[in-house]
Design a protein around this ligand. Structure first.
Ligand code: NOJ
Length: 573
């Protein structure tokens, strides 16, 4: 047994010396890729307006290269009134001036490819913004028009159409229908929005919509993107006739109001979505190279989600069942088995994810028992005790476990710094529509979206050249800043950097997972090729086998793995 952790270093990469592009074609790279989610408003701000932008991202790509990821996924940067932080798109083929221009995007993509990083963009097909020209035309043209048939307009119920057409509820709270006003001021039809009223749902039974989206895909594919993360990929097709959701009636506290609604809801996981993805699969094949569609589909069980990644559909689907698994040995073993079995059943890799812009950051969430339902968030009035130290310790262990699993892993910006959820945010700063549609009773997702720290002591921690930040940053974030962590042994940034390097060296993403027997209930222990992985979710130390430590989430002072820690080692016979 070697007790010292492998030397940790900031692994400097001379990115200036790289050739024009280091991205190679083919090879189904997405099967094992580590994909880093950039939330553009909160990553890096080049012009000091407090909102991140594409030029800011480009300037920070070398730091991601050094981290060792394979691809970036950019949350929406398209033209949008930003009612839902860009998930309300008014023009799918242009960049919102807040973030820059199409030329800025091209520069970003070119630089990413030069560094060997693939680029995935976000596609939002379930709904547009109400500011999209399609919706403006639909409102102007009136009932029965071709343009209204692009969306889901219906007459209301009741003597004067004063009641919504059915009882569906918005994911963000309140009714999923909003009534329009006719040009003469009288009340008109209702339109469906599964999310905010500024996000009308498109009617995917309309062939015209299908044609438009094929062209939108081609627009970005021609620009050279390597794939798409598909928003609400379980919601585009609704049950014919739009029947009431029975039971239950609206219960503001039920899980039915989060994105993980059960699958018997008449607007989630309908079989008709698969035809759309088969069609898109073919569009991707029109282009040379190896591209990916990744489904954001909150669908359970995983055997059902696996239908999204059948060989002629998408390549990946986010494994939210894994994300929602608590820090428990038995639960983790079960979900890992279930995931590998479900996805390998259709020949697809499993994905693994612990954080994104919609959930409480895992450095906080893993210390909550139980965490509030997805989308609810936490804030100053939440009656929840937060143990920040425990959360970070578990997050580091959970990340190291995740990165050892075969398949593709998603990393959300800031988790490599160990960022916690921001809880102390004033109500006046909040921007998530969830917060407003619940009249402040649910905090929503802003706490996971705060601009990330780059440099200790700098205004906005180096997020931008000024102190401006669209969501307020906590005053004690110097300690999480990237420059403080880079090269500091034991820092979370160094842990990720080392883990990503060793993951690549040992081919873990394409490896085979085999359980190790003889460990207790609280331990997750397996081999992936020559690497032994042991995670201790319990409270007592676990004796380690003889071997050389590759990387460990906590310092190891004896031949034992402490509580809430993970280690990778190469064992010796
Ligand atoms: C899922 C996105 O991740 C989330 O941020 C957004 O609010 C909804 N889809 C609606 O587009």
């Amino acid at each position: 047994m070697t007790l010292e952790s492998a030397p940790e270093s900031s692994l400097p990469t001379d990115v200036t010396a790289l050739p024009e592009t280091t991205v190679t074609a083919g090879s189904e790279w997405w099967r094992s890729a580590v994909i880093y989610q950039i939330y553009p408003r909160s990553f890096a701000d080049s012009d000091g307006d407090g909102i991140g932008d594409l030029t800011g991202i480009t300037s920070r790509l070398p730091a991601l290269k050094t981290l060792g990821i394979d691809a970036i996924w950019l949350s929406p940067f398209f033209t949008s009134p930003q009612k839902d932080a860009g998930y309300d798109v008014a023009d799918y083929c242009d960049v919102d001036p807040l973030f820059g221009t199409l030329d800025d995007f091209d520069r970003l993509e070119q630089e990413a490819h030069r560094l060997g990083l693939r680029v995935i963009v976000d596609l939002v097909p379930n709904h547009t913004s109400s500011a999209h020209q399609w919706f403006i035309d639909a409102l102007a043209d009136g009932p029965g028009s071709e343009t209204r048939a692009r969306y889901i307009f219906r007459d209301g119920l009741g003597a004067n159409g004063e009641l919504p057409p059915n009882n569906w509820q918005s994911v963000f709270g309140g009714a999923a229908w909003t009534r329009t006003t006719n040009p003469d001021g009288t009340p008109g039809q209702w339109f469906l929005h599964l999310f905010d009223s500024s996000q009308p749902d498109l009617d995917w039974t309309n062939p015209w919509i299908r044609e438009q989206f094929r062209d939108i895909l081609r627009f970005w594919l021609r620009r050279g993107v390597d794939g798409f993360r598909v928003d609400v990929a379980h919601g585009m097709v609704k049950v014919e006739g739009l029947p009431d959701f029975n039971p239950p009636a609206y219960d503001p506290n039920s899980i039915g109001n989060s994105m993980s609604q059960p699958v018997d809801v008449p607007y989630w996981a309908q079989p008709g979505v698969h035809e759309i993805y088969r069609d898109w699969h073919k569009v991707l094949e029109e282009f040379e190279g190896d591209r990916v569609l990744c489904a954001e589909a909150w669908v359970e069980p995983l055997t059902m989600l696996a239908n999204w990644v059948r060989p002629d559909e998408m390549q990946q689907a986010f494994n939210f069942s894994y994300l929602e698994t608590p820090w428990s040995g038995s639960r983790l073993r079960a979900i890992i088995d279930e995931s590998i079995e479900a996805f390998s059943g259709v020949g697809a890799p499993s994905t693994w994810v612990l954080s994104n812009h919609d959930v409480i950051r895992h450095a906080t969430r893993l210390a909550l028992n139980p965490p509030p339902p997805q989308g609810e968030g936490i804030g100053p009035r939440s009656e929840i005790a937060i143990d920040e130290e425990l959360g970070l310790r578990r997050a580091r262990a959970a990340s190291l476990l995740m990165l050892a699993l075969p398949g593709s892993a998603y990393v959300y910006q800031g988790e490599e710094l160990g960022l916690p959820e921001v809880i102390e945010m004033p109500d006046s700063a909040r921007q998530d529509p969830t917060y407003f549609r619940h009249h402040g009773e649910k905090y929503g997702r802003d706490g996971a979206r705060v601009p990330i720290p780059w440099e200790a002591g700098a205004p906005s921690y180096g997020f931008g050249p000024t102190a401006a930040s669209w969501l307020p940053q906590p005053s004690d974030w110097d300690r999480y800043a990237r420059d403080v962590q880079a090269g500091t042994p034991g820092s979370t940034l160094e842990l990720y950097t080392l883990a990503l390097r060793e993951r690549a060296t040992h081919g873990l993403g394409l490896g085979t997972h085999v359980w190790l027997q003889g460990y207790g209930e609280d331990v997750v222990a397996f081999t992936n090729g020559t690497v032994t992985v042991i995670a201790n979710t319990g409270t007592v130390p676990v004796e380690l086998p003889v071997g050389d430590i590759i990387v460990s989430s906590e310092p190891l002072s004896e031949a034992a793995l402490p509580a809430d820690a993970t280690v990778w080692l190469t064992t010796r016979a």
